[in-house]
Design a binder for this molecule. Structure first.
Ligand SMILES: NC(=O)c1ccc[n+]([C@@H]2O[C@H](COP(=O)([O-])OP(=O)(O)OC[C@H]3O[C@@H](n4cnc5c(N)ncnc54)[C@H](OP(=O)(O)O)[C@@H]3O)[C@@H](O)[C@H]2O)c1
Length: 222
């Protein structure tokens, strides 16, 4: 199993994007430089289709261009656009999607889309059924020689990762901003714990000031 770090850039009130999906740039330049260095230290970055559609990110390491990690995109319905940055700018991108023949039952054009994406140099990992087992995915990445993963997802992916128990370390970059509102994106979506004692716990916390932002990091209690 790869070592998994979940990274979030959020406001003081725990939001990662406005209701319209704007998240560039919550944190300041120094925090963003630290994230680029972090990318240079892992084998792969994991994100999902909501983030690709909202931000069209490159997800490259701009501090050491020779150390670009692989990009892994969870895209259950194969919605990624062939002209998106992750498919036009090196290095390789791995797309994780439902079996093309299952999606094709309602969207036959998916078979052609898969061919186009493979032609763009993407690798495709397919899973069967409606739900992606995140631990299974981590094992598949491990078999490909990926032993460290940085999660840079939206609310949805962050919650799937936490729920699966696969996250070893969290790094929360906190900006001195407040977005507020019920419809802005929370750092971790999905499940709500009804009792505080059920909440995910983080140990060995350390706190650092990076420019005007604060980095809180620690290890998830298993
Ligand atoms: N500030 C930050 O740190 C940061 C980082 C990244 C993105 N963002 C912002 O977050 C917003 C997008 O959030 P989001 O929650 O829509 O994006 P997301 O998590 O990147 O993608 C959501 C989509 O991917 C699917 N998905 C995610 N993980 C999955 C999994 N493990 N298995 C199966 N399907 C999975 C979701 O399915 P379901 O329908 O089942 O949920 C949904 O369709 C954007 O505005 C972006 O700018 C902020």
């Amino acid at each position: 199993m790869p070592f998994v770090v979940l990274k979030v850039a959020m406001t003081l009130d725990g939001k990662i994007a406005t209701p319209e999906g704007e998240s560039k740039w919550i944190t300041g330049e120094k925090a963003r430089t630290a994230v680029h260095a972090l990318r240079g230290s892992v084998d792969a970055i994991l994100t999902a289709i909501g983030t690709i559609k909202a931000d069209n990110p490159q997800l490259t390491c701009r501090t050491q261009e020779d150390r670009n990690p692989a990009r892994v995109i969870i895209d259950p319905s194969l919605e990624v656009r062939p002209d998106s940055n992750v498919l036009c700018i090196p290095p390789e991108t791995i797309i994780v999607t439902r079996l093309a023949r299952d999606i094709a039952a309602t969207r036959p054009e998916v078979i052609e889309k898969k061919r186009v994406l493979l032609g763009r140099g993407a690798q495709i990992i397919e899973y069967s059924g409606d739900r992606l087992d995140m631990k299974w995915l981590m094992k598949e990445l491990g078999k490909m020689g990926i032993i460290s993963v940085l999660v840079e997802g939206g609310s949805s992916l962050n919650s799937y990762c936490m729920e699966s128990g696969m996250v070893d370390k969290v790094m929360f970059f906190i900006a001195p901003k407040i977005i507020g509102g019920k419809s802005s994106f929370p750092a971790v979506g999905g499940r709500t714990f009804r009792r505080l004692e059920e909440a995910y716990r983080v140990d060995n916390i350390s706190v650092k000031k990076i420019g005007e932002d604060i980095l809180v990091e620690g290890y998830v209690q298993k």
